[in-house]
Design a protein around this ligand. Structure first.
Ligand code: SAH
Length: 375
């Protein structure tokens, strides 16, 4: 769902760690890399690198959860100060810090004081480009537990989350404030990362009124409205999320042009707009549920309108892609799936839309545009 996998080229190693070059090489051949057959490390080395990337992920999560980057920013730069600030066991925290520094998350000076690096800076709460809440939500909490149920999903086809928590993820987030708010903040951060790419790829200039269906806290819609000053917007999401979205739209001065509506998209969506966008929504649901959402949009749309789904499209072939791993996240978390272009076309068709084009962005997302059949 996010650019959590750090680009090896942006990593900083301050201590000449001997495994650094090995890791760079094997990253290129790992799940997120490009095959480079002739220079590939031995298979065992590649498997071990894939295996220990789980430890890196969990160390990264601990850094985010403990807000280490915030404390370093505020001047707590020794392990003792950080242990006191975070209520952790200093000798154990030192071990975490050593592993983080080796991965380029923080650096140390000769006296062992921690300093921010470009990677650790992304873990500062609320900073521009922050991914702290995203790392906290996606590598921890319910996500972590749901991935623990991967085999259950593989054996039964059921959503691991539902088995573990005895309810679906959206109902769970609506009823549990803390993880719910953490997830919403994670979506806002991750979406902010991709907004410039979407705005660059998608020309919204012909749209007068845009509904963002299940638009979360409104990050994408707010950015679109800011870019197109004569456009009106409607942010639609479940009532608890819509409440936060309303406050955020107000704080950004967009209330006069943006209506915020709480509701259930399986019942209906706000009517009369000439465009409906859904970002990271269709991948949350199985085909039948997607068709229901799309049919509601079909019925609500003004004549000549269009639907814009913003998703990762699974590419043909065996090359690595964000969507192929994200698809497993959907399997365990939501019961949805990532889809190929042909699968999106079939979904649109069933709901009465013709898929008119797929516009790639420079990142992992594409805009999948559709119009009603016969329009
Ligand atoms: N579009 C946003 C949020 C994606 S997360 C973004 O890309 O950042 C999925 C969103 O679907 C959440 O905000 C969740 O609250 C919303 N959602 C889930 N079930 C819904 C329903 N039945 N009706 C409306 N919104 C729903």
């Amino acid at each position: 769902m996010t650019t959590l996998a750090s680009d090896p080229n942006t990593r900083r190693s301050t201590n000449g760690n001997a495994s650094y070059d090995t890791e760079r090489r094997s990253k290129r051949t790992g799940l997120g890399g490009v095959p480079a057959a002739q220079h590939a490390p031995p298979p065992q080395e590649q498997i071990i690198q894939m295996m220990v990337s789980f430890w890196t992920s969990r160390a990264l999560w601990a850094a985010a959860r403990l807000r280490l980057a915030d404390y370093v920013e505020a001047g707590a730069t020794t392990p003792a100060e950080l242990a006191a600030a975070t209520g952790t066991h200093e000798p154990s925290l030192r071990r975490l810090l050593r592993a983080l520094v080796a991965a380029g998350i923080f650096s140390t000076d000769p006296h062992g004081r921690l300093a921010q690096t470009p990677l650790s800076a992304t873990l500062r709460s609320g900073a521009a480009g922050s991914l702290r809440a995203t790392v906290d939500s996606v590598l921890g909490g319910e996500h972590y537990d749901a991935w623990g149920g991967l085999l259950h999903s593989l054996r039964t086809g059921q959503t691991a989350f539902d088995q573990i928590f005895a309810e679906g993820v959206w109902s769970y987030y609506s009823r549990h404030d803390e993880p719910g708010s953490r997830f919403d903040a994670a979506m806002t951060e991750a979406t902010a990362t991709f907004v410039p790419q979407v705005l660059e790829a998608c020309d919204y200039s012909s749209i007068e009124r845009l509904v963002d269906v299940a638009g979360g806290e409104g990050e994408l819609l707010a950015s679109v409205l800011a870019r197109y000053p004569s456009m009106a917007g409607v942010l639609f999401d479940l009532p608890p999320v819509a409440q936060t979205a309303y406050r955020r739209m107000e704080a950004r001065g967009l209330s006069p042009r943006c209506t915020v509506v709480g509701g259930d998209m399986f019942d209906s969506v706000p009517a009369g707009a000439d465009a409906y966008q859904l970002k990271w929504i269709l991948h949350d649901w199985d085909d039948d549920r997607c068709v229901r959402i799309l049919r509601n949009i079909h019925g609500a749309m003004a004549p000549g309108g269009k639907v814009l789904a913003i998703e990762s499209v699974v590419p043909a072939g065996d090359d690595p892609s964000f969507a192929k791993l994200g698809d497993l996240n959907m399997l365990v978390m939501t019961g949805g799936r990532e889809r190929t272009e042909a699968e999106f076309r079939a979904l649109y068709d069933r709901a009465g839309f013709e898929l008119t084009r797929v516009v790639p962005t420079t990142g992992p997302l594409s805009i999948i545009e559709g119009v009603r059949h016969g329009e």
